[in-house]
Design a protein around this ligand. Sequence first.
Ligand SMILES: [Zn+2]
Length: 643
Amino acid sequence: MSYPFSAVVGHTDLRLALLLNAVHPAIGGVLVRGEKGTAKSTIVRGLAALLPAVDVVQHCRFSCDPAAPDPDCPDGPHTPPNTPSHTVRRPALLVELPVGATEDRLVGSLDLERALTGGVRSYQPGLLCAAHRGVLYVDEVNLLHDHLVDLLLDAAAMGRAYVEREGVSVSHAASFLLVGTMNPEEGELRPQLLDRFGLTVEVAAARDVDTRAEVIRRRLAFEADPAGFAREWSTSDAELAAKIVAARAALPAVRLPDVELRRIAALCAAFEVDGMRADLVLARTALAHAAWRGSDAVTEADVEVAARLALPHRRRRDPFDEPGIDEQQLQQALRDAAGQAEEPEPPDDGGSGAPSPDQSSVDDSDSAPAPAAQPDPAFRARLLELNGLGAGAPGRRSRARSAFGRTLRAAPAGGHGLHVVGTITAAAPHQLARGRSGAGLVLRPDDLRRAVREGKESNLVLFAVDASGSMAARRRMSAVTGAVVSLLLDAYQRRDKVGLLTFRGRTAELVLPPTSSVEAAVARLRRLGTGGATPLADGLLRARKALAVERLRDPRRRALLVLVTDGRATVAVKADPVEDAMRAAGLLAADGVASVVVDCERGPVRLGLPHRIAEALGGACVRLDELSADRVSGVVRAMRRSA
Ligand SMILES: [Zn+2]
């Protein structure tokens, strides 16, 4: 029994975004951003319950529409339409994609092993198939592997799912209302993925006491008697369901007047969105909203609603811009767009397009404190790579055994997927002995060979940054933070997890525990305070502790420690500052932590301490000015003594 959609308190934007997608699925789904515990999944479930039931071909695993079956349906071809006995009606489904899902689970699996040895039909449909003509709900879509998000969004855009293995491919219709949720604190989606969701909504729990009280009151009533509660709201839910059906039917006849089309184009131009996708999404959303209102033409109000839902996540031009839309900026753009929208016709009473000076002069300069050290401009960083072969999450940093890499060889076990040539080669010598007579090979399970693949993995990059007084001298901190920002940008592109630890004064501080949010790391770095003594040993010990915790949480992800320092330790843990630092470095090396020391020492008198620490760490040492790929070519390998 799902919580009735019409009983939801607040969340006006989210409910509207979902309803508009239900009216016009081509809008492209909804991305819901916000903290946990905001009833996102309850609302989405409620929506699924409102969707009209679907007619499907009986026994078709792919939910073909009897009126228009998929000509390429793997269970087809289906008997001609209008044979009622072959039709069943069932509710539209809500399918949930768990974060840990595999590619097979999502798109289905093509079991070539079974097909070859058993001669059976080998395509097992996945969740994309189950979601066809319903809702696909992906909680924490930002934590889903990029490769799966790509597959998901491709299917959503094309309305078809494709499964391909070793050159054999199967496809089926998969059109669904896609709803993703994410908590931005846990890491952003890549901008190019963000852009592919039709609409975005920010959600937060209500702060207002009356609203919160009403939320709890209804929730308790629902839990005490779900059926009774649902009965109470069944009339309003039925009204909404009927309104969806009516709006769907009316949609094809809704007009988009030229003036509104121009307004949309002007808005998208003003927000400097990439490509034409935003214009299309805005137009579709405005059309759906007009149909929802029962109007036969789009008006400015429809465009404004569409802009508020469709533009926020398309506005960003840099991965480190905060997504979101500023209400004032939107109002200003709407005023400006009004002038351009009506350009082809003579202005009626004039003046509507002029920006008002009191609005344009307002900005948010009081929102952020002045940065401690303005970072130097970012550069393209050299690759810092771990030695050896990992088995971590796919990415772009270090070499790894991976399901997504290139095939190296065939092996009887292990690896990822079937190696067809290897399998046939293994079976070929036995064909006579096995009494082969026809054209097909006689295969046995022990002929099967697996493909051993190698690709790239992402890593955890923990930055330990010396922010002490000796580093802060002579604008050096600007160069240091500029370099760390460059390395963070690089980590973002390589899909690493990052963490940031700083040390100065008496102790070290884990400013940012390991996270996928590189944005958060950059933000913390820009607020970094500097000055004071150099507790280098404490910094290293703190790093060791953080890495140990991370090894427990995510054992397959290999870590790289990037220590940024001039090595001039001045605070001891036990005895001597430098000796303590060396001892701490030795402990990290014994743990098997790979590391790179960025040598920030400058000036006429150099002590060479960073080199000594790198040696104790068993890692590489590279000078600050050797980090730019445009100045020095080649990979920096984080060497460590082999265990
Ligand atoms: Zn079918």
